[in-house]
Write a protein that binds this ligand. Sequence first.
Ligand code: CUA
Length: 335
Amino acid sequence: MPALPFYPDQASTFAGEVDALYTFLILLSIVFGAGIALALVVFAVKYRRRGPDDRPELIHGSMALELAWSLGPLVIVMGIFVWSAALYYRIQRAPKNAMEIHVVGKRWMWKIQHMTGQREINELHVPIGAPVRLTITSEDVIHSFFVPAFRVKTDAVPGRYTSLWFEARQTGRFHLFCAEYCGTKHSGMIGSVVVMEPAAFQEWLAGGPSLSPAAEGEKLFQSLACITCHRADSGARGPSLEGLFGRPVALSDGGTAVATPEYIRESILTPSAKVVAGYQPVMPTFQGQVTEEQILHIIEYLKTLRPAPAAAIPVPPAGAPSPAARPQPKSSPKP
Ligand code: CUA
């Protein structure tokens, strides 16, 4: 359906569907609003009091009328519910193959990190025709990531990871807003989403010298000395993190947790909240030492740690590197 002039560009795959639902709601409101206003005027004239002794006739109800005004609206609102719930679920569930991008809101800017290492501020470059999933958080207060042309908006909440996905279907530059009042420069927390042809996007991506988030995370893992306790050998003070991501973890209080990004973030900032079974609560907090972006980097690094093959742990062959000296995935020997 063609865009009405008061809608922004329909630049994502579900923009048209959101607009169709919205248009339906507006038309329905107009039909009922106008109908009721009209009936009000007609009845006021038709049933006006015609003299001092004019009395209305007594009415004893009508089953047909009761059914009509109960069932009619029921069908209409249930229709709206089913239609909008179906659309809501599609908007909420990102496809598995979606391209991952990290977004951190901070007074008063949007910091964006691509998985190839490219970083940008207040600009988001994406390819046309490919699903993109944003993982969003905030470094301070609640912000809201809003791209009107895509009909998507998700809050950036401190201490939580939210997500949003879209598939752009039109190249160009589109508004990006913060849609949650976040302080004096809230109105300046704006930027743009640039939708590019896939080839141009690949070229743009290649233009960045930065390390990938996983590589950044690995560097942090070394520099923050996480590696001294989180080793794969049995004498380690902390649990091994290999193959951890996405797995259930037994806790010392008898419960279980799943190693989600939220769990990993909590374990870095509040290590005593969920202590892994068999370990002492000896880990210090890293609150104030790592930014939200760095936590996301560490999570990306942990995602890359595959479980070590069972046989490799107990008896390393003579001359082989110890289990603690993990192979560096991206490094190549210097010429
Ligand atoms: Cu950030 Cu408003």
